[in-house]
Design a protein around this ligand. Sequence first.
Ligand code: PMP
Length: 432
Amino acid sequence: SRAEVSYFGAGPAPLPTPVLEEASKVLLNYKNGGIGITEISHRSADATAILENTISGLRQLLDIPAEGPDGYQILFLQGGGSGEFSASVYHMVGLWVEKRRKQVVEQLGDSASEEQVLEKLKEEVKKMKIDYLVTGSWSLKASQEAARLVGSEHVNVALDARKANAGKFGVIPEDKDWSLTQNKDDSAMVYFCDNETVDGVEFPAFPSSLENGGYPVVADMSSNFLSRAVDVRKYDAIFGGAQKNVGTAGITIAIVKNTLLPPHAELAKSDLLRKLGLPVGPVVLDWPTIAKNNSLYNTLPIFDVWIAGKVMDGLLKKHPAQASMPRIQGQQDESEKKAASIYGVLDKYPEVYTVVPDKSVRSRMNICFRVGKEDERDAKEKAFIAGASERLLQGVKGHRSVGGCRVSNYNAVSLESVEKLVRYMEEFAQSK
Ligand code: PMP
């Protein structure tokens, strides 16, 4: 039964059982109206209330202000984390072009013709870069998507962490070794993935070189959303697919600074972007369109928003507000505690287990390790995974691209499940 199984899948991932129990009821009959939650209109009052509840939960948990230039909009989109790889490029490039167009108009003066502005802007666009910190396979994919959309000449891989680690992900070299676009005005954004799900690499903190650095910063938090305190004010945008710590696959959350959206910001018009040879994104990925329509530009899977809201309600209940502490602090403490006990057993048996990433960047969410010495790994890892499965410890196989083992320690993984796993890991190590 569900209660007997401990599940460590990387995403989709476990959800709190009480949320799923309630979900199974509302699927048939929402609020006793005789209509299921997936059947109600996304424009109904019930749907609006669900959206408001989830937004309010997220604002409380991550302390996200709403109003003014320092405020943020919370958007729900579809297309997953991967959709936001593209959305962030479309949007940040559009912002960059508009900003530069204004500068060009100012430089050339009122008498300049539209053609002259366009010619000058074409020259300027050649300098535009998007900076990527490539620390694992997801930021690599995001950078590849940017190159596909705008051309690799505009993509500056400011950091390829593999170069510092014999061709493999697993480290984050110091900021001084990154090569961000020197002229900040030429950078449309600096992009990083806060937690690399496949490689088990997590930024220990916000990169210091981006603090007050003048670069627009966009981060993918798909796999460590709501697991630690985040100072959202340091970011221009944060996004993440819901299917790990937050809810079900089907919605992606984007937290976008007001100053990136109209009326605070103007975006380059699509005909200008086309004339400059730059891409115009699909409207369903367009942050301003989604923001303007309160995430209801098109049919939003309200059930997924409901699930995320219920997960957030659970976190709020579990971690009551405490003076001068971020609301999510309690969850951060729990994640750290669970991760520490798993890394603890891995470090205790270095003859048996090898943690993949460097100690300084070990993910609290996705714990990647190898079992056995190199020549015996295949058999040892198969035995480890089979033994785990026999004890109903599921989902510990590494991502197919890197092999090995991976335990995902998301919020819905209980301390009890972690304890069971650690006991098994002890037993396995001692029996070898
Ligand atoms: N970013 C990260 C960090 C991820 O872990 C994933 C998916 N595992 C993605 C992006 C892509 O998300 P999706 O599958 O929702 O497109």
